[in-house]
Design a protein around this ligand. Structure first.
Ligand code: ZN
Length: 176
């Protein structure tokens, strides 16, 4: 059976980025939950870890998350966040990993259906989780900036969840 581990970023009082009454944790909890339901419906085992906090100053939660992914024999790991940057030059959705792998390419291509600006595939050497779960394919998704109008649209959110799902399926089918 295919197993996709979902790490829902932020929790409780540590709600991540916030803007206009919305916070990152609210968005993540909703979208990760929708992904969970959509994958389960297709017979994919989808353990979801929440609360989860990947603050690099707290090394232990990352180790805990990595152990949890491995214990579930994950075929892929999705870490869900929203762009927490408040930069004046947002670049839309991005897929973060510590190296460019077929899985990263696949997820980045899948998210291209989202109409919010251009995409970024960010190779961040400091992103520890992929290294800890290797060889399990792992990405961090930042599907939009929290201040972008699209994040409050239910149709955009549905599009996001189906894009993530399609990216996973394409990867499992051996495509990009
Ligand atoms: Zn975050």
């Amino acid at each position: 059976m295919t197993v996709v581990c979902i790490l829902a970023g932020h929790h409780g009082p540590k709600t991540g980025a916030s803007y206009n009454g919305l916070d990152e944790w609210t968005l993540v909890r909703h979208d990760a939950g929708e992904l969970f339901v959509a994958l389960q419906r297709d017979g994919i085992l989808t353990p979801m870890l929440e609360p989860y906090d990947d603050d690099p100053s707290e090394g232990r939660p990352i180790l805990r998350a990595a152990r949890w992914c491995k214990a579930h024999n994950a075929d892929a790991v999705i870490e869900f966040h929203y762009n927490s940057h408040t930069s004046t030059t947002p670049t839309g959705h991005c897929v973060v990993s510590n190296k460019l792998t077929p899985f990263v390419t696949c997820m980045a291509n899948a998210l291209d259906v989202l109409p919010n600006k251009r995409r970024d595939t960010i190779i961040n050497e400091g992103f520890i989780l992929p290294r800890l779960v290797e060889p399990i394919p792992c990405v961090l998704l930042e599907p939009a900036f929290i201040f972008e109008a699209c994040v409050v649209l239910p149709e955009w959110r549905a599009m996001l969840v189906s894009a993530v799902k399609e990216g996973l399926y394409k990867y499992f089918a051996g495509g990009e």
